[in-house]
Ligand binder design. Sequence first.
Ligand SMILES: [Fe+2]
Ligand SMILES: [Fe+2]
Length: 166
Amino acid sequence: MLSESMLARLNTQINLEFYSSNLYLQMSAWADHNGLEGAASFLKAHAAEEMQHMQKLFDYVLETGGIPVLGAIEAPKSDFKSLREIFEMTLAHEKEITKAINDLVALSFETKDFSTFNFLQWYVAEQHEEENLFHTVIDKMDLLGEDPKNLFFIDREIAGLAHAHA
Ligand SMILES: [Fe+2]
Ligand SMILES: [Fe+2]
């Protein structure tokens, strides 16, 4: 059985995963519209992953006798300056999500909710992977440089990362 405060926090996390999914899907639209098909497919695939994160939490809440409650989801930004801006935002966003997960882990430990503590370990590992993945994208951009002519190659590299991760 989940405590009321844990249930509320898990519902907040469900909302955050929805937001992440919408943010990446919106970013994929920008990339697609700007001819960056590799980045678009990467971001779209990642949006689908975030929906799985949401679903996993949703199921866990139900399994532990709680009711997942879906609230209003903040609209993501839809206009971006560059692909660079997008990927810097994704990394910053994932760092925020990691913080939120860490806070949940701390609460589960402090309240001796070891079932939730155990459940959350999957998210701890996932956040480690995602921060690493988005770091890799930024590294590739640093390596290839800011020249717009290199965008074609950057886009192709990002498409490759999408396959490696899936
Ligand atoms: Fe996630
Ligand atoms: Fe994520």
